[in-house]
Design a protein around this ligand. Sequence first.
Ligand code: ZN
Length: 184
Amino acid sequence: MFDDEKIEAGIRLLLEGMGEDVNREGLRETPERIARMYHEIYGGLEMTPEEILSKTFTAANNEMVLEKDITFYSTCEHHLLPFYGKAHVAYIPNGKVVGISKLARTVEVYARRPQIQEQLTAQIADAIMEYLKPQGVMVMIEAEHMCMTMRGVRKPGSQTVTMVTRGAFAENRELQDTFLRLAK
Ligand code: ZN
C-alpha cells in the first residue's frame, strides 16, 4: 500500500519548498529514511483490528477487565506532528475475553496512522465492541500534542483527555467511576 517513491518525492519537494539543498550531505538520504520510517509509524494503516481481536477465549466470569497506562505514539493529522501519552482500555466481557496484550495492540493499530485523538479513542472502543461483543467498553486517552507545545499556543506539559463509553459503561455512572478510580 505504501508508495515509497511518492513519499520520497514528496519529502524532497517539501525540503526544496523550504529553500533547502536536498543534495547536501545531511539531507541526501533523508527522503529515503523517512519513507522507511513511515512504514513503522504509520504501520497501522496496513493492519486491521480483526486480525488482533478475532482470537477470543471463553470467560469464566464477566468482571471488568482494565488495561491501563498503555503508552502510545501517534501523529496529529492536522500538522503531522506527534501526540503521545497513555491509553486506558476497559471492557466488561459477555462470555468472551481476549489476551491482555491484544488491547495494547489494538491501540497500536489506530495510533500508527494520521490521527486525531478523539477519533483514536472512539475507534479503539468501537473495534472492541465489534469484535469482542462485550457488555460495554470504556477508553480514556491522556496525551500531549507537539502541535500545542512546539508551536501555536505553546503550552508544554498540557494534557488533552478524551473519553469514550459504549454499552453498559454509557448508562452506568458507577462503572465509569470505578474505571476512573482504577485508571488513576
Ligand atoms: Zn495538530
